[in-house]
Design a protein around this ligand. Sequence first.
Ligand code: ZN
Length: 67
Amino acid sequence: MLKKRKILIPEPKSRFIRVKCNVCGNEQTLFDHATFPVRCLVCGTVIVAPTGGKAKLINAEIVRILG
Ligand SMILES: [Zn+2]
């Protein structure tokens, strides 16, 4: 008897990034495929907008990619 094997390898297409808020300078870590708007924890500015794929940084810049 043949046994079918299905191997699912999750692709590392999403990761965490360290971003810096352009408004207040606060750094925080977030998921780069966010499906909802992310706000700065300090000043409340929306810094990431969901696009359906990779999240778009609005008022922030990437400091470091955490992988
Ligand atoms: Zn801020």
